[in-house]
Ligand binder design. Sequence first.
Ligand SMILES: NC(=O)c1ccc[n+]([C@@H]2O[C@H](COP(=O)([O-])OP(=O)(O)OC[C@H]3O[C@@H](n4cnc5c(N)ncnc54)[C@H](OP(=O)(O)O)[C@@H]3O)[C@@H](O)[C@H]2O)c1
Length: 321
Amino acid sequence: MTDQKVIAVVGSTGQQGGGLARAILDDPAGGFKLRALTRNPGSEAAKALADRGADIVTADLDDQASLERAFDGAYGVYGVTNFWELFSVEREQAQAANIARASVEAKVHHVIWSTLEDTRLHIPLDDERMPTLMGSYKVPHYDGKGEADRFFAEAGAPTTYLAPSFYWETLFDMVQRGEDGVLAITLPMGNARLPGIAAKDIGLTAYRIFGRGDEFIGSRIGIAGEHLRVAEMAAILSGVLGEEVRYVNVPPSVFRTFGFPGADDVGNMFQFKHDFEDAYVGARDITLARSINPDLSTFEDWAVANKDRFKIRVVAELATV
Ligand SMILES: NC(=O)c1ccc[n+]([C@@H]2O[C@H](COP(=O)([O-])OP(=O)(O)OC[C@H]3O[C@@H](n4cnc5c(N)ncnc54)[C@H](OP(=O)(O)O)[C@@H]3O)[C@@H](O)[C@H]2O)c1
């Protein structure tokens, strides 16, 4: 079809962009055509998209000119950055600015920017409830994205600001068998609700937003499949996995010491979600998300479909917390 609108998807080989890429490919009559951006067209993920007929374009978020070429002639752009590859707010923001400026240079009609809250608007740096990290952030992988929103506004990019929530896929690593033999999810969430989503649904919802034309340009849309408490997720997983999954609640100060890269950032993130529960949950309206994407998975449906992907192993130190 010649009148199909091209969507240039940053992160097409990853979770968010991959969900959007597959949503476009799964709906050939939907009016959109996929242009999949990657640094590595030879990767298995890129080849899988190419095998399904995607146009694969090499581009690097660190290189604005490569993005301008990749966005040329596109109707839409999905922009996502990967803090966890960078561990640098400055680089993540430079990449966001490149997406914003390249979209304007390429005269893209609609950009969806995958953002998150700037938590410092809720908890200022001098608030000692949680440590300040990397000099001037509370939750670096959130604050940098939230602060980068202004690059899109300043560049004049026609942007929908999409704020996802906790990927339930994170639980594949998080459900671990303690020394007592019982499966556990260890998180510092108390009894607060934790908005969550199946990762594929982020891209599918973005696809539906593109399908709604200009309706959400200039808006901020938070999305979640459900707002479950961790104890509720543990109970559902117990049924799906066929054995007890316990919720082990730890203080954020303990979680921050867990030792994996970025544990302090992630610990602050969960503390933010707990301490500012109403604001964080309120920014992710399930009714709105479902009105855009009625196919959003529930946690239970997602768990049943993915139960074989849990990588359960013994982690002694978690059992002793
Ligand atoms: N995990 C969660 O619960 C959660 C929740 C909300 C938000 N997030 C945010 O999600 C972001 C990561 O998104 P994701 O989960 O979709 O990532 P992912 O699955 O790890 O994939 C990263 C994608 O980004 C692309 N990419 C990375 N650096 C690039 C560069 N310099 N130039 C071009 N492409 C680049 C990669 O493409 P190639 O390697 O093919 O080039 C890949 O497709 C993070 O910033 C995180 O803060 C995560």
